[in-house]
Design a protein around this ligand. Structure first.
Ligand code: MV4
Length: 447
């Protein structure tokens, strides 16, 4: 087992990883930017190293400084968390070259799944349903028009290097498509440094259902069922739940088996997530794979009792997965609300600043993952998520009531947050019936 792990991240996920290491008896090294000197992850880690100025490019994305910090502190492994360097194949490779274990999948898996068009092609080979569309990259307008003519309109243009919904464009007819191809390529080039695009049939009002998997270095793979992440705003998830209210037990088993098949096909070793779109008729389609621990991993932990971060560490250390599929049982229902420092009344602008008062809810079935404390100043340089409130209960109805209770207990003063927005979701009749899909926020909350 590792003696020392460097945590290449900040905020609540850095704290989450430090907690897992502590319980495993592993020492930790925090890295921090000049803006994060007073951060909780720095205070909780055994040691810490400043890796640069506030801007992410110079600190949490600074491969050289992070590797140097790991070498100086004699860390055996690096946990990248999510975001930043978590899905950077060059970073994973660099760790290997320097004799440091990257706590995540192989650089090759990250690379294959990072190109969303090649990921789709791989999955199709394995017999996993994918959204009808172009076989790989679209080169020009004519090819786009011919593919769209075959699959029918509307179609959606996506960036191969995108993912998470960034850089998508919908075309309702050939004229719109003609106008969009060149623009989409330019946008993709500007946003991701790669102009490659692909085309898919546009699925109307899909749900986003993702399967959590764990694979080890010996080809063993299990799935930990699904999360429903259909409530999103501008492709940012704001609420997730497990299990999905939209799946029958049969569909759940089928999607789980497909996710395991997908992970086995690519020789995936670590925690990972296979994302599917689910249409109104119960058809599901692979869209992408995330090769990291995700923000919303906690709801899966609550309904399965499995510590995903510890599993990632054990797997990276070369241990055999001791969990068998038949041991993974779904118990009850869990919901997560992402609490952001933003103002829902001012088009969700970020609201960095000093937290003057902070009260965290507790009681039965509540878990709060946060790196915030009273007097903490939320810096303007990073993501606005400041806490994750999770509620577990035996049923979805009870989990919603419990979440509402916890949100009402949660008090944050000094900055605006989206807490009241989440309370509105808990009270929404459509949400209570489990009817959530694309545009839920626009159609049901801000009609
Ligand atoms: C789609 C889609 C419709 N058709 N793909 C992909 C990443 C995710 N963040 C949003 N994505 C979508 N991909 C096809 N072929 C619609 C969405 C989508 C969405 C999906 C589920 C739940 C909420 C959504 C919000 C916006 C867009």
């Amino acid at each position: 087992m590792f003696e020392k792990v460097l945590v290449a991240n900040r905020g609540e996920i850095a704290v989450r990883i430090i907690r897992a290491c502590r319980e495993l008896g592993i020492r930790t090294v925090a890295v921090y930017s000049e803006a994060d000197r007073e951060s909780l992850h720095v205070k909780l880690a055994d040691e810490s190293v400043c890796i640069g100025p506030p801007s992410p490019a110079q600190s949490y994305l600074n491969v050289q400084n992070i590797i140097a910090a790991a070498k100086t502190k004699k860390a055996d492994a690096i946990h990248p968390g999510y975001g930043f360097l978590a899905e950077n194949p060059y970073f994973a490779e660099m760790c290997a070259t320097c004799g440091i274990t990257f706590i995540g999948p192989s650089s090759r898996c990250i690379e294959v799944m990072g190109d969303k068009a090649s990921a789709k092609a791989e999955m199709e080979k394995a017999g996993i349903p994918v959204v009808p569309g172009s076989d790989g990259i679209i080169e020009d307008e004519d090819q786009a028009l011919s593919v769209a003519g075959e699959i029918g309109y509307p179609v959606i243009i996506k960036a191969a290097a995108g993912g998470g919904g960034r850089g998508m464009r919908i075309a309702q007819n050939p004229e719109e498509l003609r106008k969009s191809v060149a623009l989409a390529r330019q946008e993709a080039k500007a946003a991701f440094g790669n102009p490659q695009i692909y085309i898919e049939k546009y699925i109307e009002e899909p749900r986003h259902v993702e399967i959590q998997i764990l694979g080890d270095a010996y080809g063993n793979v299990v799935h930990l069922y699904e999360r429903d992440c259909s409530i999103q705003r501008r492709h940012q998830k704001i609420l997730e739940e497990a299990p999905s209210p939209a799946l029958s037990p049969e569909l759940r088993e089928k999607m789980g088996k497909d996710a395991v098949k997908a992970a086995k096909l690519i020789g995936y070793s670590s925690a990972g997530t296979i994302e599917f779109l689910l249409d109104k008729n119960g058809n599901y389609y692979f869209i992408e794979m995330n090769t990291r621990i995700q923000v919303e991993h906690g709801v899966t932990e609550m309904v399965t009792g499995i510590d995903l971060v510890k599993q990632q560490i054990l797997i990276a250390a070369g241990e055999k997965l001791e969990i068998k599929q038949e041991d993974v049982k779904l118990n009850g229902h869990a919901i997560e609300c992402r609490i952001n420092a933003e103002d829902p009344m001012r088009n969700f602008v970020p609201t960095p600043g000093k937290i003057e008062f902070f009260h965290v809810p507790g009681g039965p079935g509540i878990r709060v993952d946060t790196a915030v404390y009273p007097g903490y100043v939320v810096p303007p340089f990073y993501d606005s998520m400041i806490a994750k409130v999770m509620a577990w209960a035996p049923s979805r109805e009870e989990a919603i009531l419990r979440m509402k209770r916890a949100l009402e207990e949660l008090r944050i003063e000094g900055i605006s947050t989206n807490i009241s927005f989440h309370i509105k979701i808990m009270d929404n009749a459509f949400f209570r019936r489990g009817e959530v899909y694309t545009n839920f926020i626009q159609r049901r909350l801000f009609p």
